[in-house]
Design a protein around this ligand. Structure first.
Ligand code: SF4
Length: 437
């Protein structure tokens, strides 16, 4: 019998990557083999994102290509999953004849049934949501050193630019038992590092009957034997508490890296974004975290050109980046998203101004970071080996506790999951290079 292949294109965030892994495991259990080519695949999934405009446009253009392929191979099954699927549901199915099924964000909990229905030739949209509880069974993953583990779904924050609360629903947490069991089974299969995922991990546990919060969960995960590192995303600054700072400091497996999205340095813009903190409150939390963990590194997201953002507002963002001193920033031009509160606001910052501001934000970050690079040379750092390649000079590659990429050489024959102490010889913006000592 000829083998069947599947192909998944994942857009968006780590939550989508996690769902992709679950879908892949379910397809493989049905006998499908992964392929990196859409043209020779029998089962195609586009796991979509609707947070920004660009990926959504890309999805439609990708579907155009798939339509041509399907004309030649009519038995090909095409599924749309993720946030666009949740948002559009039946409408997407009706408007895109090439699509066999549309699966919303909650339907991944019964992915086996969805695949079965699609294989049996049904055409359907499943966008039912369940905000009462969140339980997902463990699933087998390819041998990996680092793995994502979803701890909660949804968001209650309603930032005015964001579609997530409308498509992913209210915050619901998995029980600590289920999370710990999943992590233990990952560790039994060779995983050394987990990244705990949620739209707002700092509000973990609020819907659970037992009294537990995210710092408590970190302490439980820290106790899992054989696990070496813990990361987490994303933290909302308003919920990032002093208790969290001490939990990071006291649990030795938690990486000294915090992604804390500021979005704008202007209090007027933060208010319009409904972020529920001021820049001064945010800065206080950074100062406190640095007081407790002097070596901690930070990263942040920024939206540039939000409605009514003035030059002064944008300068506040530049000043914040200068003052905080981030290890890394992720920034995007604002784009209107249907269904959000900000959709009704006039998108009145011209496109060229947005682009100029975005460029100057990245230029500032690069110049600040470049000044730090020489100070990173000559230091020793612990690296977890996650990939080994044919590069003669630096065959080993991994991340350190500060989430920095490190490529290095060694006299030993290292394998995946080994931890090496690496002396940094050359620090570049995107990677540090060194030798194991
Ligand atoms: S915290 Fe704000 S930006 Fe993050 S998912 Fe929730 S609504 Fe969206």
């Amino acid at each position: 019998m000829q083998s069947k292949h599947y192909f998944i294109y994942t857009f968006g965030c780590a939550m989508n990557e996690y769902d992709t892994e679950r879908i892949a495991a379910a397809l493989e259990a049905k006998g499908y083999i992964p392929s990196d080519k859409v043209d020779d695949s029998d089962f195609i999934i586009l796991n979509t994102c609707s947070v920004r405009e660009k990926p959504q446009v890309k999805i439609l253009s990708y579907l155009g290509q798939i339509k041509l392929l399907k004309e030649k191979r009519p038995n090909m099954i095409v599924g749309i999953t993720g946030c666009v699927a949740q948002q559009e549901g039946e409408k997407f199915l009706k408007n895109n004849k090439v699509v066999n099924f549309v699966m919303g964000t909650d339907a991944v909990t019964h992915i086996d049934d969805i695949i079965e229905k699609a294989i049996n030739g049904e055409r359907f949209a499943d966008t039912q949501t369940d905000s009462s509880s969140f339980s997902i069974s463990s699933f087998s993953r390819k041998e990996k050193i680092a793995a994502n583990v979803t701890i909660m779904k949804g968001c209650n924050n309603y930032c005015s630019y964001c579609i997530v609360p409308y498509v992913r629903g209210r915050e619901v947490s998995r029980t600590p038992e289920e999370i710990i069991n999943e992590i233990k089974s990952l560790v039994d299969n060779g995983v050394k590092e987990v990244c705990l995922l949620g739209q707002n991990v700092n509000s973990y546990g609020r819907n659970l009957s037992e009294k537990i919060d995210f710092p408590d969960l970190l302490s439980l995960v820290n106790k899992v034997n054989g696990l070496e590192r813990i990361r987490f995303v994303t933290s909302h600054p308003k919920d990032f508490s002093e208790k969290m700072i001490y939990a990071m400091a006291e649990n030795e497996k938690v990486c000294r890296y915090l992604h804390l999205p500021l979005q704008s340095g202007s209090n007027a813009v933060l208010k319009a974004m409904n972020r529920k903190y001021t820049y001064e409150e945010y800065r206080e939390k950074i100062i406190k975290a640095r007081e407790v963990m002097p070596d901690i590194e930070f990263s942040s997201d920024f939206i540039v050109g939000f409605p009514n953002e003035t030059d002064d507002d944008f300068n506040d963002t530049l000043n914040a980046v200068q003052e905080i001193g981030y290890d890394r920033i992720f920034a995007f031009n604002y784009s209107k998203r249907p269904g959000t509160k900000a959709f009704d606001m006039e998108d009145n910052v011209p496109a060229n101004v947005k682009s100029e501001r975005l460029n100057s934000l990245f230029a500032l970050q690069d110049s600040l970071y470049d000044k730090r690079l020489p100070g990173m040379e000559g230091i020793k750092t612990e690296v977890l080996v996650t990939s080994i390649n044919n590069d003669k000079e630096y065959p080993y590659y991994g991340l350190n506790m500060y989430n920095r990429k490190v490529a290095f050489s060694s006299n030993k024959n290292l394998t995946f999951g080994d931890t090496a102490s690496v002396l940094i010889k050359n620090a570049k913006r995107n990677c540090m290079y060194g030798i194991e000592v």
